[in-house]
Design a protein around this ligand. Structure first.
Ligand SMILES: Nc1ncnc2c1ncn2[C@@H]1O[C@H](COP(=O)(O)OP(=O)(O)OP(=O)(O)O)[C@@H](O)[C@H]1O
Ligand SMILES: [Mg+2]
Length: 226
């Protein structure tokens, strides 16, 4: 397997708290991986290290085979803007903008022209089955619709990796499953890798593979004896 994104032996401490104590993971293009584990085990920290938001104390994170720790802060932020997409539990959309404008935003930051950005954003809203809320503001749509808009925004730039931290955590199970179905279908079609943190087995069931984080260590579910 050639990994699009990988972490090898990542350590991270916050003061006296060890969040990661040698976490490793490798995810291929088009692969959907669920990261599971108890609260405080280091799942979000691992996601942030992979995304270049948090710098590991030790260990390597590679995107497309290149060590992202060797990049400047500016290069890492360009990487996040152009190659990575993010979906969080809630509150990630800009409240003053319409749903369509929220999805055009990452394209506008890349200097895509207004008309073309709106065309591509509308196409993604349609794919995520939220074309009908294009003109509404995030405060005027349901939680599930808002998350589907967030997925559209994460994928509209042609992201190679989507990082999703509890993307369905604030949704009921029916809406959660709809978000997962649309996210995983879109990712498999575009070849984006998805790294998904979740507490719910029902959500993890949409992944190709589960990785367990426990006390800052990762383990593939397949390696753990039943
Ligand atoms: N910015 C920070 N400053 C201090 N400690 C932190 C920080 N971020 C995380 N930690 C600590 O690191 C450990 C791992 O946190 P992390 O957020 O990665 O856990 P998690 O597995 O995502 O938990 P949850 O399921 O509750 O979201 C915890 O003990 C947490 O308190
Ligand atoms: Mg977390």
């Amino acid at each position: 397997m050639s990994a699009v994104i990988e972490a090898d032996g990542v350590h991270k401490a916050f003061g006296p708290t060890t969040a990661l104590a040698g976490a490793s993971i490798a995810v291929a293009a088009g692969e959907v991986v669920a990261i599971m584990g108890p609260s405080g085990s280091g799942k979000s920290t691992l996601l942030h290290c992979l995304a270049g938001i948090v710098r590991p104390d030790k260990g390597v994170v590679k995107f497309d085979g290149r060590d992202i720790g060797a990049l400047s802060e500016r290069q890492r932020s360009a990487l996040r803007r152009t190659r990575f997409g993010f979906v969080f539990q809630f509150g990630q959309l800009v409240p003053e903008l319409t749903c369509l404008e929220n999805v055009t935003l990452p394209l506008r930051l890349e200097r895509v022209g207004g008309r073309e950005a709106r065309r591509r954003a509308a196409e993604w809203l349609d794919r995520l089955e939220v074309a009908d809320v294009a003109g509404k503001r995030p405060g005027e749509v349901s939680g599930g619709q808002g998350q589907r808009v967030a997925v559209a925004r994460a994928l509209v730039t042609g992201a190679r990796v989507v990082f999703a931290d509890e993307p369905t955590g604030a949704l009921d199970s029916l809406n959660g499953e709809r978000v997962m179905r649309l996210l995983t279908t879109a990712a498999r079609e575009t070849g984006a890798a998805v790294i998904l943190v979740t507490h719910e087995a029902r959500v993890a069931a949409y992944a190709d593979r589960e990785v367990i984080v426990r006390d800052g260590f990762t383990r593939d579910l397949a390696e753990i004896p039943a």
